[in-house]
Design a protein around this ligand. Structure first.
Ligand code: ADP
Length: 279
């Protein structure tokens, strides 16, 4: 994977500005802020001129079809890739600095990125969420173990603490990984396609849980998804991504026309099944 970091564009990013792209106002309390961000794999730009912001305590949904750059953008926000141009701040720091702190940023990866055959218990998975804080070689302290157990209880899995992760249901596994992402008490939580690969009941359960922890921990959530239906009901703001951002505002302002234009496909399946279409 390419991880280039060209500095030459940083000081003249104004050259990338497009008329009409400054509709999104910047607020001082943004927890996550991307300004004119571009990224290329081996010279091929897959993210161009992306400006996004997520104010503290809000949920930003980033939606786009496959190949639109969602995962790349997430990796940029997590500091795993660096932009070729533009700037990204997470809690006022670079993404790498924010993630290195170990207790500011949580991440729920996509299910297919996880190894379900790994022979560890649910509680041990959650303890891994504290590795960033105590270091990879440090053993979990009694306090760490208690914190992990409490976090498992908070996602409703106190009784499953010693069950191997591979033996849990899809929805339970996802809650274990949510507990892992939350155990360090982060302020920003990134979720990659959280509704993919679990049944509808588990999806609803997760949405309720997320709403609860968001409130309890005053979290800022960044949710990446290709499922518009799952995202519109829970997000304060939606960003429509297809290489660049085509819309960044409240879900209620999304029109079918804009969606078809941005995604260049039939958007019926992405819209509300009860006919609450957005014009
Ligand atoms: P999404 O998550 O929306 O499906 P991605 O960010 O995974 O989109 O991919 C955006 C584009 O970047 C796609 O065209 C994809 O083929 C390309 N891409 C993704 N990862 C790499 C990589 N490691 N090397 C080269 N191209 C990549």
């Amino acid at each position: 994977m390419t991880d280039r970091h060209d500095h030459h564009d940083h000081n003249d990013s104004h050259r990338h500005e497009k008329p009409g792209m400054d509709l999104v106002s910047h607020h001082g309390d943004d927890d996550v802020c991307l300004n004119q961000v571009s990224f290329a794999y081996d010279g091929q730009f897959v993210v161009e001129n992306v400006t996004l912001h997520a104010p503290h305590g809000t949920t930003l949904g980033i939606i786009g079809p496959n190949g639109s750059g969602k995962t790349t953008l997430l990796k940029l926000m997590l500091g795993l890739l660096r932009p070729n141009a533009g700037t990204i701040t997470v809690l006022g720091m670079s993404p790498a600095q924010a993630c290195a702190r170990g207790d500011l940023v949580g991440y729920l990866p996509q299910r297919h990125e996880l190894d379900w055959s790994f022979p560890i218990s649910a509680r041990q998975v959650v303890e891994l969420g504290l590795v960033g804080r105590r270091g990879l070689l440090g053993r979990p302290s009694a306090a760490d173990r208690r914190q992990a157990a409490d976090q498992l209880a908070a996602v409703g899995l106190a009784d499953q603490a010693d069950v191997p992760i591979g033996e849990l249901s899809g929805g339970q596994q996802q809650r274990v990984f949510l507990a892992r992402a939350l155990v360090s008490r982060p302020r920003v939580l990134f979720l990659d396609e959280p509704t993919t690969g679990v049944d509808v009941g588990a999806q609803e359960n997760l949405q309720e849980l997320l709403a609860l922890v968001k409130e309890q921990l005053a979290l800022t959530l960044i949710v990446v998804s290709h499922n518009l239906r799952a995202i519109t009901s829970t997000c304060d703001q939606i960003a429509c991504l297809n290489r660049t951002v085509h819309y960044h505002d409240k879900p209620s302002g999304l029109s079918r026309e804009m969606l078809s234009r941005v995604f260049n496909c039939d958007v019926e399946y992405m819209l509300d099944p009860h006919g609450h279409e957005r014009h």
